[in-house]
Design a protein around this ligand. Structure first.
Ligand SMILES: Cc1ncc(C[n+]2csc(CCOP(=O)(O)OP(=O)(O)O)c2C)c(N)n1
Length: 547
């Protein structure tokens, strides 16, 4: 039974979030959101993790969501606080992650007046609405349950995504008689359409070499996708967000480097919860095939919960449904097709050949091989926009769903370290690794203080090549070596770590990384491992991403 209570708007917002399962709020307090933070203070069942910059809080919530599949929540001041958090919101939107942003507003009487009230944006709600799935303001606190439940419905229904809820300063501070009811219990998804499954089954029956491409939308359908692959003799691949749906140490799971070797012979591609960026924007050129695959190429079945996807990129057969439901229906309809034993040999050969080929990407592959050896199977690997991160897209085998955390198409440099803090906060019993370049690390470096203060034991490996290495290589190759903004003078990362009370290691080779990483994982404390890399010495990983 819910009860009538006298509470502030901020407390109402928190209670409604709690009714929807929120147990952790990442955030940074300020005047308009004091009542919300006061409610958090008075809620022993809510874990408050305070960041040193709003981008950090939002990335942590993103990491929490990426690691668990559940909504992650953060609270920041409006205006500049929201804009500081906005790159993380774009990333959550790109990667379809349910992230709840709770924020304030100017005093209600000043809304839209343009008087320059503290933290005022011309139209914060419209600004947020343009980057998140659903943005709303609670003006009448009596409606808090309904509006918050709608936000949770939006976050998790159909294509998931981030939402924002704001409340004016005075509304949040005032006491109201308000009833907070139970949380949202509705997650909408389209029902599987039998005709679409029949059409897909027909294409499958006529196909010889089938490839399944998983995106982030398939992360909850791991067992089903694996069963379908086993029945059809299909390889299962992914680029970033779909990594780990089918383990890459099974015969069916193949890296994108191995998948490319199978691609020319593929006559049917089944995309599951994926935009198919790899096949049609990376392998077939970034410049063509905007809305249709090339003529004469593989036939295409797309399974996607978002009907708009089928207009953006048209398949031969569109199955608009949840990945798990549709894959299960396909197993029942098309699973009897079977396959030739030679199909498995073909996949195994491609995997072996790709594994050998990619060893030319050095020193990145040597480091990744050590990391894979030391990191437990269920440990999290948070990639970044750096030479080792790009290489990991094809060179680091992933074994379990959700354990490869990525920024997707946003390519948000610097997201990785604060995101990994959120991953570890959500999954304290698992090993969590952030691998990052020296350039990217400095974006979120202040959050080292948050990791230390909250004793969040993630391990960060900084690959220090004293440059924005990717930019440097591009300028060398495409702009006559006119280096601008490419070379970086860095702090001493080991001393930096120690100054935050965090363990620091410095290593010079993959062999030296192994004992340092093993020790850091055993210790389960925040740690920085700096890997020294000679500037400009890495092999470009791009030939295995753009074909
Ligand atoms: C928000 C954002 N700003 C800029 C970029 C462009 N960018 C991509 S990679 C890169 C350099 C990364 O340098 P570092 O993190 O040191 O990794 P390295 O390439 O040296 O391994 C830059 C500036 C980006 N992707 N995202």
């Amino acid at each position: 039974m819910s009860e009538i209570k006298n509470m502030t708007g901020g407390e109402a917002m928190l209670r409604a979030a709690k009714a929807n399962g929120i147990d952790t709020v990442f955030g940074l307090p300020g005047a308009q959101v004091y009542p919300l933070f006061d409610a958090i203070y008075r809620s022993p069942d809510v874990n408050a993790i305070i960041s040193r910059h709003e981008q950090g809080a939002a990335y942590m919530a993103y990491g929490y969501s990426a690691a668990t599949g559940k909504p992650g929540a953060f609270a920041v001041v409006p205006g500049p606080g929201i804009l500081n958090a906005s790159a993380a919101l774009c990333t959550a939107q790109a990667c379809n992650k349910p992230v709840l942003c709770m924020t304030g507003q100017v005093m209600s009487e000043f809304l839209g007046k343009g008087r320059g009230h503290l933290h005022e944006l011309p139209d914060q709600l419209a600004t947020l609405a343009s980057i998140v799935k659903h943005a709303d303001r609670i003006d009448d606190v009596a409606n808090t349950s309904a509006q918050m439940n709608e936000a949770f419905r939006q976050m998790q229904s159909g294509r998931p995504g981030p939402v924002s809820i704001e409340m004016c300063w005075d509304t949040m501070a005032k006491y109201w008689d308000v009833e907070i009811g139970p949380g949202n219990d509705t997650i909408d998804k389209p029902a599987v359409n039998d005709d679409e499954i029949d059409d897909a089954a027909e294409l499958i029956a006529n196909a010889k070499n089938i490839m399944i491409m998983c995106g982030g939308g398939a992360q909850h359908a791991s067992a089903e996708v694996r069963e379908l692959a086993e029945m059809l003799g299909a390889s299962v691949t992914s680029f970033r967000s779909g990594r780990g749906v089918v383990s890459e140490d099974s015969i069916w799971g193949v890296s994108c480097a191995a998948a490319h070797q199978l691609w020319l012979e593929t006559d049917l591609l089944i995309g599951i919860g994926s935009r198919l960026e790899m096949q049609y924007m990376r392998w077939e050129s970034m410049e063509h095939y905007i809305d249709r695959p090339p003529e004469g190429g593989a036939k295409l079945i797309r399974i996607d919960i978002d009907p708009k996807e089928m207009q953006r990129f048209k398949p031969d057969v569109a199955v608009v449904a949840d990945a798990l439901d549709a894959t299960r229906a396909l197993i029942e309809k098309a699973g009897r097709k079977g396959f030739k034993s030679g199909d498995l040999d073909r996949i195994a050969e491609a995997k072996a050949r790709a594994r050998k080929d990619i060893q030319e990407i050095q020193p990145q592959m040597s480091y990744l091989d050590i990391i894979r050896e030391v990191l437990p199977r269920d440990g999290y690997f948070v990639e970044e926009l750096c030479q080792v991160g790009f290489t990991s897209n094809f060179g680091f085998d992933v074994y379990e769903p959700r354990t490869y955390v990525t920024t997707g198409y946003q390519g948000t440099l610097g997201y990785g370290f604060p995101t990994a803090i959120g991953v570890k906060a959500a999954m304290p019993d698992r090993a969590v690794l952030s691998i990052i370049g020296d350039g990217g690390f400095m974006f979120g470096m202040p959050e080292l203080a948050s990791a230390a203060q909250h004793d969040i034991g993630l391990i960060t490996i900084i690959f220090n090549n004293h440059s924005f290495g990717n930019v440097r290589r591009d300028q060398q190759l495409k702009y006559d070596s006119n280096l601008i903004g490419a070379d970086l003078d860095n702090p001493d990362f080991v001393k930096l770590a120690e100054s935050f009370g965090v363990n620091g290691y410095r290593v010079n080779s993959p062999d030296e990384l192994k004992p340092a990483l093993t020790e850091a994982i055993d210790e389960d404390k925040p740690a920085i491992i700096e890997v020294l890399i000679e500037r400009g010495s890495e092999t470009s990983p791009w030939k295995y991403i753009h074909r």
